[in-house]
Ligand binder design. Structure first.
Ligand SMILES: Nc1nc2c(c(=O)[nH]1)N[C@H]1C(S)=C(S)[C@@H](COP(=O)(O)O)O[C@H]1N2
Ligand SMILES: [Mo]
Length: 380
C-alpha cells in the first residue's frame, strides 16, 4: 500500500511514496506503522470519512520506548503537588464521584502531522495527514482539580507528566507545562473517557489531559502527576524541544532559520482532502463527491474553497453543521470534471477573522502545517 501526497504549483511536489507497513496493535485495528519503539501509528485516510475517529483507529504517538503496558486501576493515583495548600492523590473513583463531569468534542493533532509534505524534507516521523483524530472526551475540569488542591494564587505554570519513563535516567522525562491562566480555563479536561469508553492503553489510559485548540504534545497521556509552580517551568520538552519560530505562521527559511523561538502552542488553520483519494478512479462527466476536513485553534471557520485548476479559480464548498468549537469541520463539493486528464486540486480555509491559509510555509521541524494542500487526481 502506498500513500501519495502532492504539493503542486510553485511548491515543489512532495510525494510520500515509501510503502507503509500496516500493523494491528492491542485495542487497535489496522494502522500505518511509523515506528514500533516507541509505538507510533498513523490513521488511514479513509477513517476520516467519519466525523468522530473511532478509538481503535485513533493515532498513537509516544516519545519514550518504555511505554506503559499495564496499570493497576485500583492503586493508580493522580498526584497534584507543588504550590498547593492540600496535595492530592486522586483515585479513579475520586475523579468520577467527587467532581462534576464535563465533556467536549475536540481535535487532537500531533504538531508533526503532515510533516512528510514539507520541502525540503525535515527530520522526524514522516506522518501524512493521519496523526490526528476527533473525539468526544469526558472527564473532570482541570480547574476544579486545581481548586480542590488549593493551588497558590501566585502560581505561574502547571506541569504534567505521565507514567512513561525515559529508557535512561539521564534522559529528560516527557513533562509539559501550561501557564496557570491557561490551566484554569473551563475547557481543559482531565479525561477518563474517549468516545464513551475508557481510553485505549496506547492512547494514554487511564487519564489524558485535553487541551482543546492546542497541539497534542500538551495532551499528556497516562497522566499521573500535576505540579503547580510559582516559578516558570523550563524543562527540556518545553524549552528545547517543540520550539517554533516566534513570528506567527510557524514559518522560516531553510537558509535563514529564525533565531527567536517559542514553545509550540495553538493549532494552525489547515484543510485537507479526504475524498477522492489520490488513486481513486474518476470518470469524465460523472459527478464526484469531493470532501474533506478543515480545522483551526477554535476560531470559527467562515468558508472553505477548493480549486480544480491549481489555484487559478476558487469555488466555495458546503460546510457541514458545526460539531463543536474545537472539532474539525467537514466540507463538501459535488464536482463533475468535464475533461480527461490530471487535475491539481487545492483546498483552503478562511476563518471569521479573515485569515486564510498560505501557499508556502516551512520550518526545520515540520511542525504545524498550515500551507494549502494540493492533490493530483486523474480523470479518465
Ligand atoms: N505521557 C505522554 N503523553 C504524551 C506523549 C508522550 O510521549 N507521553 N506524547 C504527546 C504527543 S507529541 C502527542 S501527538 C499525543 C499523542 O496522543 P495519542 O497517542 O493518544 O494519539 O500525546 C502527547 N502526550
Ligand atoms: Mo505529537
Amino acid at each position: 500500500m502506498s500513500l501519495h501526497l502532492l504539493s503542486c504549483n510553485d511548491v515543489p511536489p512532495t510525494k510520500v511514496t515509501e510503502p507503509r507497513q500496516t500493523v494491528t496493535y492491542p485495542e487497535k485495528k489496522e494502522m500505518y506503522l511509523m515506528t514500533d519503539r516507541p509505538p507510533q501509528l498513523e490513521t488511514p485516510l479513509k477513517i476520516f470519512r467519519q466525523d468522530i475517529t473511532p478509538n481503535e483507529y485513533f493515532f498513537v504517538r509516544w516519545h519514550m520506548s518504555q511505554i506503559v503496558t499495564r496499570i493497576d486501576i485500583d492503586t493508580f493515583r493522580l498526584y497534584v503537588e507543588g504550590a498547593v495548600q492540600k496535595p492530592l492523590a486522586l483515585s479513579m473513583n475520586d475523579l468520577k464521584t467527587k467532581f462534576t463531569a464535563d465533556s467536549i468534542v475536540a481535535l487532537a493533532i500531533c504538531a508533526g502531522n503532515s510533516r512528510s509534505t514539507f520541502t525540503p524534507r525535515v527530520p522526524g516521523t514522516q506522518w501524512a495527514n493521519g496523526s490526528m483524530g476527533n473525539a468526544k472526551w469526558k472527564g473532570v475540569r482541570l480547574k476544579d482539580i486545581l481548586k480542590m488542591a488549593g493551588a497558590n494564587e501566585k502560581a505561574v505554570d502547571v506541569s504534567f507528566q505521565g507514567l512513561d519513563r525515559p529508557p535512561l535516567p539521564s534522559m529528560p522525562a516527557f513533562i509539559k507545562s501550561l501557564s496557570m491562566n491557561h490551566a484554569m480555563e473551563d475547557e481543559i479536561l482531565v479525561a477518563y473517557e474517549m468516545n464513551g469508553q475508557p481510553l485505549p492503553m496506547l492512547n494514554g489510559y487511564p487519564l489524558k489531559l485535553i487541551v482543546p485548540g492546542w497541539y497534542a504534545t500538551y495532551w499528556i497521556g497516562a497522566l499521573s502527576n500535576i505540579n503547580v509552580m510559582v516559578d516558570s517551568f523550563h524543562g527540556f520538552w518545553m524549552a528545547k524541544a517543540y520550539q517554533i519560530p516566534k513570528e506567527p505562521g510557524i514559518n522560516e527559511s531553510p537558509d535563514n532559520l529564525a533565531k527567536a523561538t517559542v514553545p509550540i502552542n495553538k493549532i494552525m488553520m489547515h484543510s485537507i482532502f479526504v475524498e477522492p483519494e489520490v488513486d481513486a478512479p474518476l470518470t469524465a462527466n460523472k459527478p464526484c463527491q469531493v470532501e474533506g476536513l478543515a480545522f483551526t485553534d477554535g476560531t470559527a471557520i467562515k468558508k472553505v474553497e477548493i480549486s480544480t485548476d491549481d489555484g487559478k479559480t476558487w469555488i466555495e464548498t458546503k460546510l457541514d453543521a458545526e460539531i463543536g468549537k474545537y472539532s474539525w469541520r467537514r466540507w463538501r463539493y459535488n464536482w463533475t470534471p468535464t475533461a480527461k486528464g490530471t487535475y491539481h486540486l487545492k483546498v483552503r480555509a478562511t476563518d471569521v477573522a479573515g485569515n486564510t491559509q498560505p501557499e508556502k510555509q516551512w520550518n526545520r521541524s515540520g511542525y504545524g502545517r498550515g500551507f494549502i494542500e494540493c492533490i493530483d487526481v486523474t480523470v479518465n
